[in-house]
Design a protein around this ligand. Structure first.
Ligand SMILES: NC(=O)c1ccc[n+]([C@@H]2O[C@H](COP(=O)([O-])OP(=O)(O)OC[C@H]3O[C@@H](n4cnc5c(N)ncnc54)[C@H](OP(=O)(O)O)[C@@H]3O)[C@@H](O)[C@H]2O)c1
Length: 304
């Protein structure tokens, strides 16, 4: 059984789980992993100019021998060159005539977001991308301004989303729901990969036991419960199969989703470094304390 596709606001369909070629995969020849992912059953592949993996995606697609319509390919524009030039280069790298989805990777590095978006609208009009969207656009006012001044609304917003940042992301999630923009969640396995041993582990384990799943699968079911598309990755066949097997699992109950939300709101585990880095206030207090110690004890005169 495969997961039902999600319908975008432009009428196109998107497979709800994607194989990503960024994060630890970027800047590497990962052709073999992409080939494996396609073989295992991923039909949605996520790449970006910034990852420098487009040509490996292109190679794996060619090797797969699949018809173009059987794959959904996303890439992302970064900055510097014109959108038109960049999208044509991406298509050449990928060996494709069109993209299924083209995203602005990082709005914060784009000098004029509205102008760039207008160029995206042209890319869609010209048939070079079926759907267009944004990524990392987490400022609600910025999103609303873009919608107000544009002809085409973004179909997708790809953002960092996991149980520990869900509350922080709630305003942008609500805005995306309001404007019928599909959220794509990346790094949603953070409770396992980055913050193991935190409050979310317990509700994940309980739900996993009830539905006969792994905590990884429960996180992905949580992402689906939030209506978001999963953007993940793996270098192992076993994990790839584990991810896709969520298609055969029952949905989480409202109570299970609520208990993951509540545990996530408690924040990640009390690892000193992650708390220090994640909390600007603590960082400021530590910095001021160090400054005072430095001044009081005259460490600056010791010749270091
Ligand atoms: N738009 C953006 O700015 C942006 C930013 C970041 C990422 N992305 C996209 O999202 C994709 C996925 O990002 P992500 O890698 O952060 O996603 P993720 O789904 O949170 O994590 C995937 C990683 O989890 C590991 N993993 C799976 N099960 C595990 C387990 N039980 N224990 C420990 N590790 C486990 C996998 O390692 P194995 O290889 O061992 O399976 C893999 O490296 C990227 O490739 C990229 O396409 C987009």
């Amino acid at each position: 059984m495969a997961l039902e596709p999600v319908i975008l606001n432009d009428g196109n369909k998107i497979p709800p789980i994607a194989y990503g070629t960024g994060s630890k995969m970027k800047f590497h020849d990962i052709t073999q992993y992409i080939e494996q992912a396609i073989e295992v059953g991923f039909s949605h592949i996520d790449t970006a100019v910034f990852y420098q993996t487009e040509k490996y995606v292109g190679r794996a697609i060619k090797e797969s021998g699949l018809a173009r319509s059987e794959l959904f390919v996303t890439t992302k524009y970064f900055q510097g060159v014109s959108v038109e030039k960049s999208v044509r280069k991406s298509l050449t790298n990928l060996g494709l005539q069109y993209l299924d989805l083209y995203l602005i990777h990082q709005p914060r590095v784009i000098l004029n977001l509205v102008k760039t978006w207008n160029e995206f609208e042209k890319v869609q009009q010209d048939g070079l991308a079926k759907s267009i969207g944004v990524s990392n656009l987490v400022n609600v006012e910025q999103l609303e301004h873009l919608i107000k001044v544009s002809k085409v609304r973004p179909a997708v917003n790809q953002i960092l989303l996991h149980p520990y940042n869900y509350h922080e992301m709630k305003p942008i999630l609500d805005a995306c729901a309001k404007y019928d923009i599909v959220v794509e969640a990346y790094s949603s396995l953070s409770p396992i990969t980055t913050y193991p041993g935190g409050p979310v582990d317990s509700p994940l384990k309980a739900a996993a036991q009830r539905i006969g799943a792994t905590p990884t699968q429960v996180i992905f079911m949580w992402v689906r419960a939030k209506g978001a598309v999963i953007i993940t990755t793996s270098t192992t066949k076993a994990h790839m199969e584990e991810y896709l097997a969520i298609a055969n699992l029952p949905a989480l109950t409202e109570e299970e989703v609520a208990s993951i939300d509540a545990a996530g709101a408690e924040g990640p585990p009390s690892d000193f470094v992650s708390r220090l880095c994640g909390n600007k206030m603590t960082l400021a207090v530590v910095f001021i304390t160090m400054l005072l110690v430095y001044r009081c004890f005259g460490l600056g005169r010791m010749g270091y």
